[in-house]
Design a protein around this ligand. Structure first.
Ligand code: NAP
Length: 343
């Protein structure tokens, strides 16, 4: 049974990845920042996966940006075959400079994992890093076709608000991983795959987590629209972005380690465009009794949208049908309503 290390195991995406790995018979080590998280997650996994939980353990890695922070883990676990690095700050309103709260954890966290593998884990076969469409997106260019070959031209010096700091942190972190592979080609045995999803929607892995008033940054987009009131009007002036379901992104991580042909490349899982108006339209059409904002449905189709083509990624995974935006929204809303006892 292959053993997989998943960093940032408490995250929205990582929990789905761990669930899929356990279902497929992998043995999993998850890293979290505190003992209290280990206890909560162990108890949740025991309830959801009573048989597979023997194959799951957690280790504390306090802050991924600290030099050498992964060394002990790789020294103690000489049987890790694959590493899925998902941990990276994806919250807004964090205290501190953009350098300290976005760039350093993203870039140094990525390099720390790779350096520890190079120094202490020559048995690791593949490392999969969760990057983001943020690393690809030429924001506002509605003519460019975004593909696996494109990079966001944003420079750190241009960053002047926290959303841009997050976007740049993902680009710089992914670039640092590819540079590391190039600079250390003679001293490493593993292959690198990066995954570049756009906004990730879909249900929380554990139903009970959907009862929280604030969900993780992307899932909270649907949560906020669901909690809008009929007189809210500020929600509809946002640009069109792209979306993918969390279950598909998790699957792309698992496919990356299962398929040997996926090697030293970017995978771009993406289902469709979305707008806040479009999400509202889906909620209003499927949950007619809810008294939430209606917006301006007539206007939705005219909102400019990024173009994309991910044929290379679909070919690499052997063909793929993504979960539709409608299913992503309906499953999330059903879960939130059920957990907040409105159904
Ligand atoms: P999330 O729920 O906020 O999870 C982020 C995880 O990273 C958490 O486990 C968090 O630990 C951990 N983390 C953050 N900073 C850390 C640090 N300095 N040291 C140690 N751990 C740290 O976010 P998510 O949506 O699952 O995102 C997972 C990955 O997908 C991230 O790399 C994100 O950039 C990428 N991504 C997300 C989206 C999206 O729309 N959700 C889209 C594209 C890419 P705590 O629980 O202790 O805070």
């Amino acid at each position: 049974m292959a053993k997989v290390l998943v960093t940032g195991a408490s995250g929205f995406l990582a929990l789905h990845i761990i669930g899929q790995l356990l279902s497929e018979g992998y043995s999993v080590i998850g890293t979290v920042r505190s003992q209290s998280k280990i206890e909560k997650l162990m108890s949740q996994f025991k309830t959801k996966y009573p048989e597979a939980v023997a194959n799951l353990q957690f280790e504390i890695v306090p802050d991924i940006q600290l030099e050498g922070v992964f060394d002990k883990l790789f020294i103690e676990h000489k049987d890790i075959d694959f590493v899925l690095h998902t941990a990276s700050p994806f919250s807004f309103g964090l205290e501190g400079s953009f350098d300290d709260v976005y760039l350093k954890p993203a870039v140094n966290g990525t390099l720390n994992v790779l350096k520890s593998i190079k120094n202490f884990a020559s048995q690791v076969k593949k490392v999969v890093i969760t990057s983001s469409m943020a690393a690809i997106d030429n924001m506002g260019d509605h003519e460019l076709i975004h593909t696996e070959d494109i990079w966001n031209p944003l420079e750190w010096e241009q960053v002047n608000h926290e959303q841009l700091a997050y976007v740049a942190s993902k680009k710089y972190a992914e670039k640092s991983a590819w540079d590391f592979i190039k600079d250390n080609a003679q001293q490493i045995n593993f292959k690198l795959v990066t995954i570049t999803p756009p906004f990730i929607f879909g249900p929380q892995f554990f139903d009970e987590d959907a009862s929280s008033s604030t969900l993780n940054t992307s899932a909270n987009v649907i949560n906020q629209l669901l909690k809008s009131s009929p007189d809210d009007t500020h929600l509809f002036d946002q640009p069109s972005l792209c979306a993918v379901d969390v279950r598909d992104v998790a699957n792309f991580h698992v496919l990356s380690i299962k398929k040997e042909n996926i090697s030293n490349q970017r995978l771009f899982p993406i289902a469709s465009r979305f707008t806040s108006q479009g999400i509202l339209d889906i909620i209003n059409a499927n949950f007619k009794d809810l008294n939430i904002a209606k917006g301006d449905p007539e206007n939705e189709a005219s909102i400019p949208t990024p173009k994309f083509n991910n044929d290379k990624s679909i070919k690499a995974v052997g063909g793929y049908e993504f979960i539709s935006l409608e299913r992503q929204v309906v499953d999330s809303v059903n879960q939130i309503l059920k957990q907040t006892s409105k159904l």
